[in-house]
Design a protein around this ligand. Structure first.
Ligand code: GLU
Length: 310
């Protein structure tokens, strides 16, 4: 039985267990938690464990214990992508049935070489569409791609406003599955969120450029579209992009104990909120309680920056 009413906000946090919780992920956890709870909604936890080779044993537990140490308790059971394979297969079959998918024999190198424009991230090297009308004779299937239209996909982001992307220009027909049964992030996340009834996706700005692909997929699958809010990104101490090795927060002995409240307050200030000075030294529950009562999306800053822990 669902515990939710039709209009309830359902938010989520979806870490990948590739390491301990990152400070940048803590920002996404706190932001998604407070936006869901401020609206009287539920906040779900999903472990994004689809990419087995990148995972580190025990990190799912470590992330969960760390969230708990900040008072970030999720509602219901923890979901895991590795248990959703049947659902990914069904979505894949539906897209294939609609004649939206085709097999592709191109290697990453061939795709990069064929791309006419420089590409900002490896995740989205624009695909020229060479296998759209069939693979070269003798080529082996390396991935399955979805045909994208020339139209723009537009959505309103709660922080960034009106965003439009022409999928054909930015990424071209993108892969949804590797050769065998390896479903890829864009397809998986859309299916996961729909399965859990997620209505609000709050996550880091680094995923903003993926959102139009996800919206296109969910439209093709006939799934409802959640609202989106992409949060500013944390920079490392020297102002450069935070790397995966920076600022790992863990429940390993001696790592953080006693500083959770201070860090939570720093995250709130980073998100443009103005927690009162009296909260310094308070328990996480009290700080989150203030956030649930007062978090204001309109205050989210346009730019990211460095976390100032006082
Ligand atoms: N698992 C993804 C990550 O850790 C986030 C997925 C999402 O929020 O859509 O980067």
């Amino acid at each position: 039985m669902s515990e939710t009413s039709p209009h309830q906000i359902i938010g989520r946090f979806a870490p990948s267990p590739t390491g301990c919780l990152h400070t940048g992920s803590l920002v996404a956890a706190v932001g998604s938690y407070l936006m869901a709870k401020r609206a009287g909604g539920r906040w779900l936890l999903r472990i994004d464990d689809l990419d087995a080779p990148r995972q580190v044993a025990g990190m799912d537990d470590d992330i969960m214990r760390t969230l708990e140490s900040f008072g970030l308790f999720w509602d219901g059971q923890v979901a895991r992508q590795s248990r959703h394979l049947d659902h990914y297969r069904q979505a894949f079959d539906l897209l294939r049935h609609k004649d939206l998918l085709y097999p592709c024999g191109c290697s990453r190198k061939e795709i990069a070489l064929a791309a006419s424009a420089p590409h900002p991230d490896d995740d989205c090297v624009p695909y020229s569409g060479s296998c759209r009308t069939g693979m070269k004779a003798g080529a082996v299937v390396r991935s399955w791609r979805i045909r994208v239209p020339e139209d723009e996909v537009c959505f309103r982001d709660l922080r960034r406003g009106h965003i439009c992307q022409n999928l054909a220009d930015v990424c071209g027909d993108f892969a949804v599955r590797r050769a065998e049964c390896d479903y890829l992030y864009q397809l998986a996340v859309v299916v996961d969120d729909a399965l859990a009834g997620v209505t609000q996706v709050v996550r880091g700005d680094d995923l903003l450029s993926s959102t139009p692909r996800q919206i296109y997929l969910l439209r093709m699958l006939g799934m409802p579209q959640p609202e989106y809010c992409h949060l500013p990104l944390l920079a490392g101490p020297d102002g450069a992009k935070l790397s995966k090795r920076d600022n790992l927060i863990s429940q390993q002995p001696g790592s953080l104990k006693g500083q959770e409240g201070q860090l939570l307050l720093a995250v709130l200030r980073f998100l443009g909120q103005n927690p009162p000075a009296e909260l310094a030294g308070s328990e996480c529950q009290d700080i989150l309680g203030w956030g649930i009562a007062c978090f204001d999306t309109a205050l989210l800053p346009a730019q990211g920056g460095v976390l100032q822990v006082q």
